[in-house]
Design a protein around this ligand. Structure first.
Ligand code: MN3
Length: 202
């Protein structure tokens, strides 16, 4: 019997209300315990299905299973990064330092120009998706993703992700996605982004 590895919700390093006033406690609680949990459950279910298919040699549902794994798996990974990419506003430093700051400045001209491009790109993602700062072959790139898995580039390592599905902001910001992105920017945990950047280069 082939058993698939079970995925679990990651622990948060802050309480639901610690991203206030930028991201409200009710949104964080629902987003984490309902939405993210659903991706974890969907991924586990699809992986069990795939394990059964491998066991029986019956791949009739393989197209469906691979789509489910791409959707829920990407959702689980991106949310796991999203939670770690944030910290309470009182702990937020406003911008990165060190190698990441230098890399941002040399790629985008300045931190302010990077901020403008990241926010502009993320605000106009069609429908549900993500704004992403990624490292591709050692170079920084701003990407956008539709849903969790469309428009991605193979080989990209996400180091900063902003969830712009409506469930991430609608209770507090309604249709004002740019205002949510501005609020989210105030709780970015740049130390975590720096750590992910350094790891991406190894
Ligand atoms: Mn989400």
């Amino acid at each position: 019997m082939v058993t698939a590895r079970k995925h679990e919700l990651p622990r948060l390093s802050y309480n639901f209300d610690e991203l206030e006033p930028h991201i409200d406690a009710q949104t964080v609680e629902l987003h984490y315990s309902k939405h993210h949990q659903a991706y974890v459950d969907g991924l586990n279910k699809a992986e069990e299905g795939l394990a059964k298919a491998r066991e029986s040699g019956d791949f009739a549902l393989v197209k469906h299973l691979k789509k489910e794994i791409a959707f829920h798996g990407s959702g689980h990974i991106l949310h796991s990064i999203y939670w770690e990419n944030m910290c309470s506003a009182s702990n937020a430093t406003g911008k990165p330092k060190g190698n990441l700051l230098s890399a941002i400045e040399s790629k985008f001209g300045s931190f302010e120009m990077f901020e403008k491009e990241f926010k502009s790109s993320t605000a106009v993602v069609e429908g549900s998706g993500w704004g992403v700062l990624a490292v591709i072959d050692g170079k920084l790139e701003i990407l956008t993703i539709e849903k969790h898995q469309n428009l991605t580039q193979m080989g990209a390592i996400p180091i900063l992700v902003c969830d712009v599905w409506e469930h991430a902001y609608y209770l507090k910001y309604q249709n004002k996605r740019p205002a949510y992105i501005d609020g989210w920017w105030n709780v970015v945990n740049w130390a975590n982004v720096e750590e992910r950047y350094e790891k991406s280069l190894n």
